[in-house]
Design a protein around this ligand. Structure first.
Ligand code: PEP
Ligand code: MG
Length: 579
């Protein structure tokens, strides 16, 4: 039994056999399967060779007329290698003798061959090194691709272990069988973590070396609440965790009774708790958990299918479907925040050195007006069906906001000319998620109807800490006095300008921060829907005066550690008093 500690990003417990999902972009490390999986691993290898042969043969068939003889030569060499039975046998032997994964065995043998070729005196042979790397990549692509397919068609419960996962991969997992996720990389507010939470899959990230410690087929406990992984647990540990999982279910059921009650402090101050949603189906979960509306409708899910650019109708139908369940409850649709760790735009494959500082989000939209206008048209068309607001992400200067608003005006004119109805009074707001926006909040407040503070990015940009990098995860905290000061200042600006303000970063999903945020003046929080009952429970157990006192005290500390310890202690007192 081995225990690893990481960052728990999606609560819950999973106890299942592990499957390792490699990533093509990484060098394949030495990894093992359990003895009883060796045959299946060799079968995977065989299939990858057959698929690669078929792929190259098909290319030869369809492209032969346009290829010159040099290209034909290259593909003939590839086929020669792929059909070489002794090569396949050598790799299979490595799997059966050492219990290596097929991916590692392929990579190991082909890199060995490449090394020998590169040392050859014969120029023809040494140039073949690139072909060997190409063949390695092709085989790995088939192995990894098949595994991904297998995972989506799997009919047994499992947990997925990977170096990293993209939000697209995470979103494609079948929740019935994928019971937990654990990755080497990642941070608390990485988009993959947010997707895992929204799917309700327990997840631990930032483990550093989980993929080197677990073998495919090992039994693993993922405790997403504590951020712990237990590899090959003994029976008594499994029993303990099963009991804990049952307790969690009971606790959730008890919290379910709060759904129909208001989130009011003990002196009657109403706090609106809204849901952050990633996918339309979460709108229902928000209502079931007792949410008062949607405070952040992330719309990047429309780009999950990278082979297809979403049309205006795709946008419109997705928004309309969500709105219809919500009556008069407010729904804030955030315009596309593509790029960095989120889904990238279809056809957009330019790698940037610093994607979080690059052409992402509103910047991307303002440079791709067709895409932006398509979404805005759909939002405006949907606005007649409910109480819709529009929100722009990653604003850093007033000109960006003005440009975005001009485009909304432009689209409104087009719709009017076409005789298409929309809500003429639809509110427009911005996310305050960069220090620049927080520092010019006074100016921004004059030109919008509301603010929503995005602490996930605000923390990353204020502290210069990448939100997805596990190596600096310990530095990433919204409890840093610099972040708290920017939050306080933004709230004060909104109050002075008499505009609405909410907070929709993951900080709002963390019960420990609820009294502080209310004490700082917030009356609307938008959070991960499964966390609504927990936060509601805290709010219903505390008075506004207590929140104000907690905020005053919390703002006095000069280290985030003191602040966190203090807030934790206060929550513990509230929970003890309730028990
Ligand atoms: C944020 O940055 O706090 C936020 C809510 O947006 P996202 O996590 O989607 O970047
Ligand atoms: Mg953000």
């Amino acid at each position: 039994m081995e225990i690893l500690k990481g960052i728990g990003v999606s609560p819950g417990i999973a106890i299942c056999p592990a499957i390792i999902l490699e990533a093509e972009d990484y060098r394949i490390p030495q990894r093992f399967v359990v003895r009883k999986q060796v045959r299946a691993e060799i079968q995977r290898l065989r299939q990858a060779f057959l698929d690669a042969i078929e792929e190259v043969s098909q290319m030869q068939g369809t492209q032969a007329e346009i290829w010159d003889s040099r290209i034909k030569d290259i593909f003939a060499v590839h086929l020669h290698f792929l059909r070489d039975r002794s090569l396949r046998k050598k790799i299979a032997d490595l799997i059966s003798e050492n219990f290596y994964t097929a991916e590692y065995a392929v990579s190991h043998i082909l890199r060995d061959i490449a090394k020998h070729f590169s040392q050859a005196d014969d120029a023809y042979i040494s140039e073949r090194v690139h072909d060997i790397y190409d063949i390695e990549k092709r085989l790995l692509r088939h192995l990894i691709g098949k595994r991904q397919e297998e995972i989506s068609n799997f009919s047994e419960p499992m947990v997925i272990i990977s170096q990293d996962l993209t939000p697209t991969q995470t979103a494609s997992f079948n929740q019935h069988y994928v019971k937990g996720l654990a990755t080497d990389a990642g941070g608390r507010t990485s988009h993959t973590a947010i997707v895992a939470r929204s799917l309700g899959i327990p997840a631990v990230v930032g483990l550093g070396k989980i993929t080197q410690t677990v073998a495919s087929g090992d039994r693993v406990i993922i405790d997403g609440t504590q951020g712990t992984i237990i590899i090959n647990p003994d029976e008594s540990t499994i029993d303990d965790y099963k009991a804990m999982a049952e307790e969690m279910v009971e606790h959730e059921t008890a919290l379910g009774e709060l759904a129909s009650l208001d989130a009011k402090t003990t002196d009657g101050t109403k706090i609106d708790l809204l849901g952050n949603i990633e996918f339309p189906h979460e709108a229902d979960i928000t209502l079931k958990k007792g949410g008062d509306g949607i405070g952040l409708y992330r719309t990047e899910f429309l780009y999950l299918d990278i082979d297809h650019e979403p049309t205006e109708e795709d946008h419109f139908q997705a928004y309309k479907a969500t709105i219809e369940n919500f009556g008069d409850h407010p729904i804030t649709i955030r315009t596309l925040d593509l790029g960095a760790d989120k889904f990238t735009h279809y056809g957009h494959n330019i790698r940037e050195r610093n994607p979080f500082l690059g052409l992402r989000s509103i910047r991307y939209c303002l440079q791709h007006l067709h895409l932006f206008k398509t979404q805005i048209r759909a939002i405006l068309r949907a606005s007649v069906f409910g109480n819709i607001k529009i929100m722009f992400p990653l604003i850093t200067n007033i000109m960006e906001l003005r440009q975005a608003k001009w485009i909304v005006e432009d689209v409104k004119e087009d719709l009017e000319e076409e005789g298409i109805d929309f809500d003429h009074t639809m509110q427009i707001g911005v996310m305050i998620e960069t220090p620049a926006a927080a520092l010019i909040a006074d100016h921004l407040a004059n030109e919008v109807d509301f603010f929503s503070i995005g602490t996930n990015d605000l923390t990353q940009y204020t502290l210069a800490v990448d939100r997805v990098n596990e190596r600096v995860a310990s530095l990433y905290t919204p409890a840093h006095p610099a972040v708290l000061n920017l939050i306080r200042q933004t709230i004060q600006c909104a109050h002075r300008a008499k505009i609405d303000i909410s907070l929709c970063g993951e900080m709002a999903s963390d019960v420990e921060y609820a009294p502080l945020l209310i004490g700082l003046g917030l009356r609307t929080l938008s959070l991960s829907p499964p966390m609504i009952p927990e936060v509601k429970k805290v709010i219903r157990s505390i008075s506004l005066d207590e929140c104000n006192a907690i905020a005053r005290r919390a703002m006095e500390f000069d280290t985030s550690k003191q602040t966190i310890n203090y807030l934790r202690e206060e929550i513990r007192k509230i929970q003890d008093a309730e028990a």
